[in-house]
Design a binder for this molecule. Structure first.
Ligand SMILES: CC(=O)N[C@H]1[C@@H](OP(=O)(O)OP(=O)(O)OC[C@H]2O[C@@H](n3ccc(=O)[nH]c3=O)[C@H](O)[C@@H]2O)O[C@H](CO)[C@@H](O)[C@@H]1O
Length: 367
């Protein structure tokens, strides 16, 4: 299959696309892939690191208020559609997949206008602006939450789950050792990150909690987000780090590491949720209040309701509330086992295979 993929800006849109590509190459080894992203998004690092060819274009989002910048946005969008048409003519894809972010808006729109089969994947329960716009033009729509179905034209929708779930669930053993981070393999690890880009409030809270984490009999691996690392290092200038606490900008190759964590503290982004439910990882979720229709709270509630996760809303987040919840999970192996089993029941570990079927359905529709 010749597959053109576009999804950008943030890890939550990129990792599902990469997981789908990895699976497709396993089942259809003659697959050719080209990825289209933005010049500024996380895809610039993650996609080439995965050995996939990347083309970039300049994009920006709409401001909610009327602003001159919006004219520039429209100009860049039209320019990107033009650029995307050229990429499509040159690459000649059998199908084009969009996983969200403004860049996928331009690429999928161009593909649909070019009569190339098109599929979008929506990771969230509340549909993003780009996918909402594209839903009129594309052939097929794959979803990961039932709640998204009614927000799209019904005849186009198929429930598949999130391909990242299949990728992490398939990695049944890895050689990863916590000693890579100067930590110990025999001590339970609490991993902390604020989504793929880090979150200032979570970072500040962890910094405040570090003097207490230093005294715990569990260990902590804390990722600040690549762009926020220098700032956190500055905040930590006068804080002593215990041997059981490590602070890094970003955690690479998560599928090798996440199966080995005892519990995770994180935002409630859809791709993170797909991973922890596929693996059965107990979570403390701190939903981002800055996302469309507060969808991360809905994502988190789905786990809390089934006793698979705990939630701290950002307005209640401080070092004390974080430590109380972290201790509750990390100091009770039975509770962790119960939460892990509850989380796993919510996982969809064959999502990539379902999405591949949807890609073929879109191709077949055009024949
Ligand atoms: C602020 C924002 O717009 N967030 C959205 C974004 O979140 P965001 O990009 O944070 O995405 P998710 O939480 O869904 O996924 C984060 C991904 O990054 C990985 N990771 C994270 C930290 C790290 O150090 N290393 C690493 O590899 C995680 O394992 C996961 O695969 O896309 C999601 C769609 O999927 C949405 O649900 C979120 O609301």
């Amino acid at each position: 299959m010749r597959l053109l993929v576009s999804g950008g800006g943030t890890g939550g849109h990129i990792y599902p696309a990469l997981a789908l590509i990895e699976r497709l190459k396993q089942v259809e080894p003659d697959t050719e892939v080209l990825y289209v992203g933005t010049t500024r998004g996380l895809e610039n690092k993650i996609v080439p690191d995965a050995g996939i060819k990347l083309e970039t274009m300049q994009m920006q989002g709409f401001k909610r208020s009327l602003s001159l910048d919006n004219f520039k946005t429209v100009y860049l969008f039209l320019k990107s559609v033009h650029h995307a048409k050229k990429i499509i003519r040159d690459f000649k894809p059998d199908v084009v997949l969009g996983t969200g972010g403004y860049v996928s808006g331009a690429v999928l729109y161009a593909a649909a206008k070019h009569h190339v089969p098109t599929v979008i994947h929506e990771q969230n329960s509340v549909v993003g602006v780009t996918n909402k716009f594209l839903s009129r033009y594309v052939d097929q729509i794959a979803i990961a939450f039932e709640a998204a179905r009614s927000q799209f034209p019904a005849a186009k929708v198929t429930m598949v789950g999130n391909p990242r779930a299949q990728q992490v669930a398939a990695q049944t053993h890895s050689d990863f050792s916590w000693t890579e981070y100067g930590l110990k393999d025999e001590v339970p690890t609490l991993m902390i990150f604020g989504g793929s880009q880090g979150a200032p409030k979570i970072n500040q809270t962890v910094v405040d909690a570090i003097p207490e984490f230093n005294k715990r009999d569990y260990q902590v691996l804390f990722a600040t987000g690549q762009k926020r690392y220098e700032h956190v290092k500055e905040q930590l200038k006068d804080v002593k780090l215990g041997a059981n606490v490590k602070v890094v900008p970003y955690i690479k190759d998560m599928p090798a590491k996440m199966p080995k964590v005892a519990a995770l503290v994180s935002r409630a982004g859809a791709t993170t949720i797909a991973e922890v439910t596929a693996l059965g990882v107990p979570t403390i979720l701190i939903p981002s209040p800055y996302v469309t229709a507060n969808h991360q709270v809905k994502n988190a509630q789905a786990l809390v309701r089934k006793n698979a996760g705990l939630m701290i809303t950002e307005d209640r987040l401080d070092a004390r509330s974080l430590l109380v919840q972290a201790d509750k999970i990390m100091q009770n192996a039975d509770l962790r086992a119960e939460m892990a089993a509850a989380a796993k029941k919510l996982g969809k570990p064959d999502a990539a295979d379902h999405l591949i079927k949807v890609l073929h359905a879109a191709i077949d529709e055009h024949q």
